[in-house]
Design a protein around this ligand. Sequence first.
Ligand code: GLN
Length: 305
Amino acid sequence: MNYQKILEEIKEEVKPLFGKGKVADYIPALARVGSNHFAMSLQLFDGRVYGVGEVDCRFSVQSISKIFTYAMVLSAYGKELFKRMNHEPSGNPFNSLVQLEYENGIPRNPFINAGAIVVTDILESIYTGEAFSKILEFIKEVSDNSKIDYDKEVAISESRSGFRNIALINMMKSYKNISNDTKDVMGIYFKQCSISMSTKELSRAVLFLANHGVDPITKKRFLSESQAKRLNSLMLTCGHYDASGDFAFRVGLPGKSGVGGGIVALVPELMSVCVWSPELNSKGNSLVGTKALELFTTKTGLSIF
Ligand code: GLN
């Protein structure tokens, strides 16, 4: 298959969609990112990479960080985890408070904000005072790249305007589903959202998830086969908040989006893909990115279904 040609076709075919979405503007640092960016990278198991657009341009990974923190707790924490959050799609926006209250402070899944905040709380319990450096270390390790870092300006901006996230953690604390100091946990959560990576780096970082938990290039195991199955299934059912069904319907791959406009997706046993385009649809997922991935599975026949 001529992947490079397919990527170039996709880049042309998504052009009419620019201007139809809206760049995240809840913090100035994200609102400033221009709207017309586009990048798409493929990372194959044999080390080949293909790309189109600004594949080296770093952007804010935002909620894509949730897959890395969840991978860390899955391998470190065991069954206790499943008492503190569920594994069901939320059918609600990523930062919704409503469902969390009537479900007694137990988040629906680890990929909405409430669930990811519980995951961060667990990491703080495991690595007291060092949770963020451990998160960064893990991402560097799975990326096989020691240069990954976070954007301090985005992190400060996040903490100044994260009122809804602060409401979520306080609600969960009232239900005793947060063990640590809420300010400490939010400080880590805002930093993890502010990690900057390019599509090339992100597609490399998630490759182990397409290979049952083992990086096919370095041969390092990060998750057991069963843990990788669990994480991938959550990407398929919960990776796009209340548009997860639509993403599965249109793209047919496990994927995870972030409000920075990035989406990662996996073609099990073959490759990982990352696309970036900052304009979002009404559910907070990259509008052009979703279309690009839909075109990708249509053109290649590589959906899991
Ligand atoms: N920083 C964002 C938030 O917490 C992350 C959400 C997202 O990417 N969907 O609101």
